[in-house]
Design a binder for this molecule. Sequence first.
Ligand code: AVJ
Length: 321
Amino acid sequence: MNPPPMRQPQFVQLHREDRAAVHAELVAGLLAPQASLAPKYLYDPLGSRLFDAITALPEYYPTRTEAALLVAHGGAIAARLPQGATLVDLGAGNCEKAARLFNLLQPVRYVAVDISVDFLRTALQCLQRQFPALDMLGVGLDFSSELTLPPEAGTGPRLLFYPGSSIGNFTPRQALGFLRQVRAATQGGGLLIGVDLVKPLDILEPAYDDALGVTAAFNKNLLLHVNGLLGSDFRVQDWQHVAFFNQAHSRIEMHLQALHDLVVRWPGAERRFKAGERIHTENSYKYQASDFEALLREAGFSQTQAWTDERGWFAVFWAQA
Ligand code: AVJ
């Protein structure tokens, strides 16, 4: 008997990073009175590896708490979710998290979405060998600006998977807009999403300012990435990593703070920074479970269910379209 033929993953690139747009966005952020750089620029090849290292830090609880929740409540989650749906993985990266759900959810198709299909090629080809019969599609799309899946993603109900509390990078208002687009994209399915919760400061802050300094390196590496994109002359040693919980906004903020007066130059312009002046690089919103549930309802989801760990640090929500 011959083994079943192995399928090949398909790939579609829907979005191209346009150099002029990237340049304009970076310059606008650097020249604003309160300078800022978007968190998506944290993830160049080195930044992605540093983020992987963060997920292994003792202080960084979200990744392992979420993974433990998905294992502990796997049976209950599977019972609540549609079987045989198309599993759509938002921000798939190495596809590891979603692959752990395949046996549980038995999807008919796996759609991995990330900003660039190039990140998805090796991961999907490797996964296809482990799951030869599963229909796989890689989509290159900046879903944070617009979430429209290609026709190749099929007409049946979709189970969108958005783990890791990446939703925390959006303001609650932006998150609402994003969740409405997610709901429309589910085609009657639903959303499985990981959300980080409000907790004591002495747990929250070290998660973003760890003793080894990995998060500091991750934040400062943004400057090296920007130098490559813009031709700027940021020097890592001129900047300090700052991370704190902003109670009023219920968010961790990350900044880079100038250690002394300095000038950053790039082709066409420059920006002066006074000692202590900051560049805002990331927000990571923390929710009360009840507030996030209300947000899902406001986005139009009909039913929700949450699973949380016994410390109440993290929640996995199922939201039925
Ligand atoms: C990938 C956005 C979920 O906010 O916890 C980790 C990014 N920044 N440490 C988070 C991050 C600093 C992470 N997210």
